[in-house]
Design a protein around this ligand. Structure first.
Ligand SMILES: *Cc1c(COP(=O)(O)O)cnc(C)c1O
Length: 356
């Protein structure tokens, strides 16, 4: 009798699946979702658009109209192409698989986005984590030393970083890009709507840089659409790893529709940036709380006892992310997503209780 234990890779057997908390009945401030829904007339129009989609047909593998719209709306420079993924998570995994030569390494600052490390593990790349400084800024000298020592195939720089919210210094980024002559540098701009800074216009300036974006944090996490911007020479290779019909017809149609109405999402992002500033100020005023500067739609907050604070928030039906065990630099840290005004108020009230 064959069992999974006989067949499945031992490193997979010893893994746990990606944890997603059940948020039923909670104010959901754990996953950087946009809290706002679409205005009713727009939702109805979207429904009509989706009703016209041919569900019996396979999706276009490279939907020209959607890609054109992305190029135009997101300011993709001439000479750069766009590769679509089923969320940027799929792109991260495609990049790892395509680069997984024997002995190849993937380097990223830590703490960082967990999918970089997971993609390396699944594709058998060695992961090299370079700790940030205690204030969560980039330790550029340590990065340069690690790049020289490990000569990684892939370097991820999240701009801004998750879970810290840090927007790395542009000059530091540039030093790393120049030093990483034998690496591909992937700049992950998942939080661009909240950072309002981007490397996309410079994507064609360096032959070792690609820029990754997603519509998830902009308010479309449910449709799963990420994209990679870069020189065709890179994207053509990653495209060979892409599952042929990875972006489904409903996602393609919904994305195209929403990009025609991107002003609605942009206005929601502006509202969240405003709320982020207010929330940061209010949380920072609580006794014992330290708020790290954030360019995302979330705040990293250090408190005296993160486990206790997290539990108090849960009792108040507010779900946040306790990141305190993820990395030593995150000791006693919670990550709070910026939500709608009433959600932020409920979280703040619970946090006040926790810290008094
Ligand atoms: C949320 C997030 C993503 C988005 O992944 P999707 O699969 O597109 O939802 C990518 N990078 C970072 C750093 C993130 O925090």
């Amino acid at each position: 009798m064959t069992t999974p234990q006989d067949i499945i890779r031992s490193d997979i057997l010893s893994m746990k699946g990606y944890p997603v908390a059940d948020a039923t009945g909670f104010v959901k401030l754990d996953a950087m979702e946009n809290p706002f829904t679409l205005p009713e007339p727009l939702a109805a129009q979207l429904g009509e658009r989706l009703a016209g989609v041919a569900l019996n047909r396979y999706p276009a593998p490279r939907p020209a109209q959607l890609i054109e719209r992305i190029k135009q709306v997101m300011g993709v420079p001439a000479g750069c192409d766009v590769l679509l993924g089923n969320g940027s998570d799929e792109i991260i995994s495609m990049v790892a698989v395509a680069c997984a030569k024997p002995g190849a390494k993937l380097l990223a600052p830590t703490p960082g986005f967990v999918m970089y490390q997971l993609s390396a593990k699944l594709a058998h790349l060695e992961f090299v984590g370079v700790p940030l400084r205690a204030d969560m800024t980039l330790d550029t000298d340590a990065m340069l030393a690690a790049i020289a020592e490990h000569r990684p195939s892939i370097i991820y720089l999240a701009y801004p970083n998750n879970p810290t919210g840090t927007l790395y210094d542009d000059a530091d980024m540039e030093r790393i890009i120049h030093a990483a002559r034998s690496s591909l540098v992937v700049i992950d701009e998942a939080y661009q709507p909240f950072a309002q800074k981007s490397w996309i216009a410079r994507a064609s300036e360096f032959d070792n840089v690609v820029v990754m974006r997603t519509v998830s944090k902009l308010g479309l996490a449910g449709i799963r659409l990420g994209y990679l911007v870069g020189a065709p020479a890179w994207l053509e290779e990653f495209d060979k790893v892409r599952p042929p019909y990875n972006v489904n017809v409903l996602t393609q149609a919904a994305a195209e529709f929403m990009l025609e109405h991107v002003d609605v999402l942009d206005a929601q992002a502006a509202q969240l940036r405003e709320a982020r500033a207010q929330l940061a100020q209010a949380v920072a005023a609580l006794p014992g709380a330290w708020v790290f500067p954030s360019a995302g739609n979330f705040l990293l907050v250090r408190v005296p006892d993160a486990d206790a604070a997290f539990e108090t928030l849960l009792s108040a039906r507010v779900l946040t992310k306790n990141v305190s065990k993820m990395h030593p630099l995150l000791a006693n840290c919670l990550r709070l997503t910026v939500g709608a005004p009433d959600e932020n108020a409920q979280m703040l009230a619970a946090l006040k209780l926790a810290l008094k």
